[in-house]
Design a protein around this ligand. Structure first.
Ligand SMILES: Cc1ncc(COP(=O)(O)O)c(C=O)c1O
Length: 368
C-alpha cells in the first residue's frame, strides 16, 4: 500500500534546520532573539505591512487584536460563520458576543450583501468584524473593508489560511485594522505552531507586544498595571519560519498547480463544484475544496481512506455549533448547504500529479 497521502503535510525547504542550529549556537532558546526579529521582517517585506508581531498561535494573534481594540464585556463582534473555531474563540475570551454572518456562493466567504443588510436592521452596533479568507481564497475584501469603514467597525482579517493570497495585488491581512496568520502544522508554511499579528498602526502592535509579554511596565523591577499573556513566539520556531518564508511563493504556485490538476481531472463531472476564485484575486488554494451535488461526502471520505488518502468535511459553520446555540446569526442557508455537500481534498505541496490522478480516479468511480 502507498504511504498515506495527508490533507496537508509540513514541507521544509532544507534551510530551517541550519537556522535552528544557529539559534542553538546563540543559546537564545527563548521567546525572543534574532530569528523572531528576522521572521517578523520577512513577513513585513512579503505582505508589505509596516508592523508585525510574532506570537505562539493565530488564535493568540486574534485575541491580542480584540484586546488592543478594547473589545470587551457584552460587545457585539461580527464574524464569518463559515470558518474554523480558532477564528472566534477569542471573542469568548473577551466576554464579547459573536454575531455570525453567512457566506455567498460567489466566494464561499462572508457575503458583503448580508453584512450590509444586517447593519441596517441590527439593534446593537457591532464593534468589530473578524473576516476569514477561507481555505486560502479571498473574501470580497475591498467591498467588505469599505462597509466596515462606512459603519465605523474595526476589521480584523483572519488570514490564518491565506498567506500569499492577494486581491488586486494586495495581500490578505493588510486591508483591515489588523490581520493575522497561522503557522500551525497544517498551514501553507509552518513553524509547527505559531502566528503573526500585523497592522498598519504601530502603536497597536506595540500595545499587542506589551500584552503578549505579561504586560510589564518599563521598570527595572517587575511592575504591572494591567494583566497580559505569555503569547510570544519562540526563537527556535521563528528559525523554522525564516526558512519557510524563503519558499512561500514556490508553495503558493504548487498549491495552485495541485488545484489545476484536480480541476483538469474532475471538471467534466457535473456532480462536482470547486470553491470559486473571485475576479482580480489570487487565492493560495491552501486546500482544494469541492462540493458534490448528489454523492455523499461521507462516502467519498470513506473510499479515499480505503486507498490511504486523507480528506475532510468542510468546516461546520459556527452558527450550527452547539457552543453557539444562543448566539445571534444572520444567515441564509449558504454555508449550511456547502457544509452538507463539501469536502477538502488532499493538497500537500509534496504531492505529485500522479497522486492527484490516483485520488481523482477513485472519486470518479464513486460519484453518483
Ligand atoms: C481560519 C482559521 N482561523 C484561526 C486559526 C487559528 O490558528 P492557530 O491554530 O495558529 O491558533 C486557524 C487554524 O488553525 C484557521 O484555520
Amino acid at each position: 500500500m502507498k504511504n498515506r497521502i495527508f490533507l496537508n503535510s509540513p514541507h521544509m525547504s532544507g534551510n530551517e534546520i541550519k537556522y535552528i542550529e544557529k539559534v542553538f549556537e546563540s543559546n537564545y532558546i527563548a521567546p525572543l532573539g534574532e530569528y523572531v526579529n528576522k521572521f517578523e521582517e520577512s513577513i513585513k517585506n512579503y505582505i508589505k505591512s509596516e508592523n508585525a508581531l510574532a506570537v505562539n498561535s493565530g488564535t493568540a494573534a486574534i485575541h491580542l487584536a480584540l484586546r488592543v481594540l478594547g473589545i470587551g464585556n457584552g460587545d457585539d463582534v461580527l464574524a464569518s460563520t463559515f470558518t474554523f473555531i480558532g477564528s472566534v474563540n477569542a471573542i469568548l475570551y473577551q466576554n464579547a458576543n459573536p454575531v455570525f454572518i453567512d457566506s455567498d456562493n460567489k466566494s464561499w466567504n462572508l457575503s458583503p450583501e448580508l453584512l450590509e443588510e444586517y447593519l441596517k436592521v441590527c439593534e446593537k452596533k457591532p464593534k468589530a468584524l473578524i473576516l476569514t479568507h477561507l481555505y486560502g481564497m479571498c473574501a470580497d475584501i475591498e467591498k467588505i473593508a469599505e462597509i466596515c469603514k462606512i459603519h465605523n467597525i474595526y476589521l480584523i482579517e483572519d488570514a490564518a489560511e491565506s498567506l500569499g493570497a492577494t486581491f488586486n495585488g494586495k495581500h490578505t491581512g493588510t486591508f483591515g485594522d489588523f490581520g493575522i496568520y497561522s503557522f500551525n502544522g497544517n498551514k501553507i508554511i509552518t513553524t509547527s505552531g505559531g502566528g503573526m499579528l500585523v497592522s498598519p498602526n504601530k502603536n497597536w502592535i506595540e500595545k499587542a507586544k506589551y500584552y503578549s509579554t505579561q504586560a510589564k511596565e518599563p521598570f527595572l523591577y517587575y511592575e504591572h498595571e494591567e494583566y497580559g499573556y505569555n503569547y510570544r513566539m519562540s526563537n527556535v520556531l521563528a528559525a523554522i519560519g525564516v526558512g519557510q518564508m524563503e519558499i512561500i511563493e514556490e508553495r503558493v504556485s504548487k498549491k495552485r498547480e495541485i488545484f489545476n490538476w484536480y480541476n483538469e481531472n474532475l471538471k467534466d463531472i457535473e456532480e462536482i463544484n470547486f470553491m470559486p476564485e473571485l475576479k482580480n484575486s489570487r487565492g493560495n488554494r491552501w486546500l482544494t475544496a469541492v462540493t458534490f451535488e448528489n454523492t455523499s461526502y461521507e462516502k467519498i471520505i470513506k473510499v479515499l481512506d480505503e486507498i490511504n488518502v486523507e480528506s475532510r468535511p468542510l468546516w461546520k459553520p459556527m452558527h450550527m455549533q452547539p457552543l453557539f446555540k444562543n448566539s445571534k446569526s444572520f444567515v441564509d442557508g449558504t454555508s449550511e448547504n456547502l457544509f452538507k455537500k463539501g469536502l477538502c481534498l488532499a493538497s500537500s505541496t509534496t504531492q505529485t500529479k500522479n497522486d492527484v490522478e490516483f485520488i481523482c480516479n477513485t472519486i470518479k468511480k464513486n460519484c453518483n
